[in-house]
Design a protein around this ligand. Structure first.
Ligand SMILES: O=C(O)CCC(=O)C(=O)O
Ligand SMILES: [Fe+2]
Length: 340
């Protein structure tokens, strides 16, 4: 039976059984820490230095924050307000977009697949929007007017980051341009207050599918990245760290395509979202990714320069998305399909 979205009017006094994770998958079962990913100032004109910082952050964490990113504050604010208004709509207006059809945009869903084939549900509702081109629901009324300038500005910031990442990797500045970054969409994630955050997750551990993801949130505290320590942290040296973003900053993380194209130099960062007891949290994850027919492969220059051989085989992005969805975005399972 399809699951009822969390934001459809019910007050949640306790966590229903379908949302309770087995003990070993609960957020409380892992080592948790605090930390902020490196801050990269995109504003300066020393592109060589910025490129180096992006590549260093990508190698160590796969995560960084950008300031002076060029997305105007009022454009960010208007987009977030419109996103929050969608989840406050009456249930029947949201349910007009409720679907499990992965090809549909815009689309409203809960957890990963509205409960279909899911043993445990995640504490999240999600509105998927088109970015390239923009596609949005009729309600709330201001959503389209907010989305268009937001996605245009976010894509421009992502393009600058991708050009700098290419330079930092020793590739042609244009390496990621064209069909390699010609696609994308947005997850508008909504996590209502959860009566017991120790039992649930809003999003399970995953890597993002594309090249780069640009994240904005209305309430800090929720996103966590997985750090691979030196073994002192326990749990095999792995530690989940809260991603605390500076006010006004955007959080960026690299996805699977960046790890493949860079032949493993830049990490596709594993992350998850925990729930909060008090405030509802909304996050906007804008994905920049290849067009479906684009062939993705490690950059020849990197493979040849290091004499290391390609770590991944070429594939079409459309083919990759099928694998990604089937494996639920779980890092090692997805990577196993791509490795030589
Ligand atoms: O809500 C968040 O902070 C993370 C969302 C996320 O990982 C995603 O939409 O892919
Ligand atoms: Fe993600």
């Amino acid at each position: 039976m399809a699951a009822e979205p969390l934001s459809n009017g019910a007050t949640h006094l306790s966590v229903p059984g379908r949302y309770i994770l087995p003990a070993h998958k609960r957020p409380s079962s892992s080592v948790n820490g605090k930390g902020a990913p490196p801050v990269v100032d995109l504003g300066g004109d020393d592109d060589g230095r910025i490129a180096e910082e992006i590549v260093r952050a990508g190698r160590e964490f796969g995560f960084f924050q950008v300031v002076n990113h060029g997305v105007p504050e009022e454009v960010m604010g208007a987009m977030m307000r419109a996103a929050e208004e969608f989840f406050a709509l009456p249930a029947d207006e949201k349910m007009a977009y409720y679907s499990n059809d992965g090809k549909k945009l815009p689309r409203f869903h809960t957890s990963l697949r509205n409960g279909t084939g899911e043993e445990v549900l995640y504490w999240r509702d999600c509105l998927k929007l088109g970015c390239h081109p923009p596609e949005w629901p009729d309600k709330p009324r201001g959503l389209g007017a907010a989305l268009e300038p937001y996605t245009a500005a976010v894509r421009a910031a992502a393009r600058r980051v991708l050009r700098l990442a290419a330079v930092g990797l020793g590739l042609e500045e244009e390496h990621f341009e064209g069909s390699l970054s010609g696609g994308g969409m947005m997850n508008v994630n909504h996590y209502p207050p959860c009566p017991d955050p120790s039992l649930t997750l809003g999003a399970g551990p995953h890597c993002d599918p594309g090249l780069v993801t640009v994240l904005m949130e209305n309430v800090g505290g929720g996103l966590q990245m997985l750090l691979h320590g030196d073994g002192d942290a326990g749990g095999g040296g792995m530690m989940w760290v809260d991603v605390d973003a500076a006010p006004g900053a955007l959080v960026l993380n690299f996805g699977h395509q960046m790890e493949v194209v860079s032949n493993g130099r830049l990490r596709s960062a594993e992350h998850r979202a925990v729930t909060g007891a008090r405030a509802a949290r909304t996050s906007l994850a804008t994905f920049v990714w290849p067009e479906p027919g684009c062939t993705v492969a490690p950059a020849q220059e990197l493979v040849l320069a290091a004499g290391e051989g390609p770590l991944y085989k070429p594939y079409s992005y459309g083919e990759f998305l099928g694998v990604y969805v089937a494996e639920g975005g779980v890092r090692e399972a997805v990577m196993a399909h791509l490795k030589h």
